[in-house]
Design a protein around this ligand. Structure first.
Ligand code: PDD
Length: 281
C-alpha cells in the first residue's frame, strides 16, 4: 500500500513515526475519514471544512495545512483505486514532533501529516438487516465537535457494545441521546425524522448532513431536536449514519425492540436515495 507521509508518497512500511510526535505523546491531533465511490471522492470539500474547524479549535499552525483533495486523488491513483470499487481514505494531522512539554512547539514547527487509502466494501448485511445498539454514559470531553484522534472513550464504548453482542454504542448525557461511538443517530417519531442538534457533544457528520438534505428534497419532514432516552426507546424507526456505515438501521437498543424490530419504510426510502446519490454526484 502506498501511503502519504509529510510530503512523500511511499510504501506504508517506510512510514516511521517519531516517538516525540505530539500525536503519540498527547493525542494532539485530528483525523478525517473520507470515502470514494468508484474512484470519485465523496463530499471532500465538506471534510476539508470540518478539518479546518478542528485546526482552528486546536490552534494548529495554518501554514502547514495540507491539500487533502490532491493527496486523496494521488493516493487513489497510486493504489489503483481510481476507477472501480469504493475506498476508505484516512487522514491524520498532529501538531508535529517536539520534546515532550505541554507548551506548544515554537511557531513554524511543521505538522505531521499521514494518510492512506484502502479498498472498502459496504457492510450490506448490516444495512439490510439492521444492527443492535446499547447505550452508555457519555464520558467524553466537551469538544466532541472536533474530530480529534483522542478516541479512548469511543473505543471503550464500542468495545462494550461488542462485548454485549451489539454493534454500536450510543452516548447518553443527562438523559439525552448525543451520537454513537463512530456515528450520528436518527429516529422516526410520528412520521418525523429527528436527529440531535449540533452541539459541542455531537460531531457534524457529513453523512448526517446528507441525510437531512435528502429528507428536504424528498419532502420528508425532519427536525434537529433533542431526543430523550425514553423517546429513543419508543422510536418507530432508527438508524445510524457515518462515512463507513452510510445508513445502517438499528433494530434494538439495550435489548428493547425498535418499532417492529425490522428496518422501517423511511429507513428504506432514505437508504435508496442515499445510494442513488453516491452513484450520481
Ligand atoms: N465515524 N460521530 C462520530 C463520533 C464519528 O466518529 C463519526 C465518523 C460520525 C459520522 O461522521 P461522518 O458522517 O462525517 O463520517 C459521527 C467514522 C469515521 C466512520 O463512520 O467512518
Amino acid at each position: 500500500m502506498i501511503a502519504y507521509f509529510n510530503g512523500d508518497f511511499l510504501s506504508d512500511d517506510q512510514v516511521h513515526i517519531d516517538p516525540n510526535d505530539r500525536g503519540f505523546l498527547f493525542s494532539d491531533g485530528l483525523y478525517e475519514a473520507i470515502r470514494s465511490y468508484d474512484g470519485r471522492l465523496f463530499k471532500v470539500e465538506e471534510h476539508r471544512r470540518r478539518l479546518l474547524h478542528g485546526i482552528e479549535a486546536l490552534r494548529f499552525d495554518q501554514d502547514f495545512v495540507p491539500d487533502i483533495r490532491s493527496i486523496a486523488e494521488e493516493l487513489l491513483m497510486r493504489n489503483r483505486l481510481e476507477d472501480a470499487g469504493d475506498a476508505f481514505l484516512y487522514f491524520q494531522i498532529t501538531r508535529g514532533v517536539a520534546p515532550r512539554s505541554h507548551a506548544f512547539p515554537m511557531k513554524g514547527s511543521p505538522l505531521t501529516v499521514y494518510a492512506y487509502a484502502r479498498p472498502l466494501t459496504s457492510k450490506m448485511e448490516e444495512q439490510e438487516k439492521g444492527i443492535e445498539a446499547v447505550t452508555t454514559p457519555d464520558i467524553r470531553w466537551s469538544r466532541c465537535d472536533v474530530k480529534t484522534i483522542a478516541l479512548l472513550p469511543n473505543t471503550l464504548a464500542h468495545q462494550s457494545a461488542l462485548d454485549a453482542g451489539a454493534s454500536e454504542a450510543v452516548f447518553i448525557r443527562d438523559g439525552f441521546v448525543q451520537e454513537g461511538s463512530h456515528s450520528n443517530l436518527f429516529i422516526v417519531q410520528n412520521g418525523v425524522v429527528k436527529t440531535p442538534p449540533l452541539t459541542n457533544y455531537v460531531l457534524a457528520g457529513i453523512t448526517r448532513r446528507s441525510v437531512l438534505d435528502l429528507c428536504r428534497s424528498l419532502g420528508v419532514e425532519s427536525r434537529e431536536a433533542a431526543i430523550s432516552l425514553d423517546d429513543f426507546y419508543a422510536a418507530d424507526e432508527m438508524w445510524m449514519t457515518g462515512t463507513t456505515s452510510e445508513i445502517t438501521p438499528i433494530i434494538s437498543v439495550d435489548g428493547k425492540r425498535i418499532g417492529d424490530g425490522v428496518p422501517g419504510d423511511a429507513t428504506r426510502t432514505l437508504q435508496t436515495s442515499f445510494r442513488d446519490m453516491t452513484k450520481n454526484f
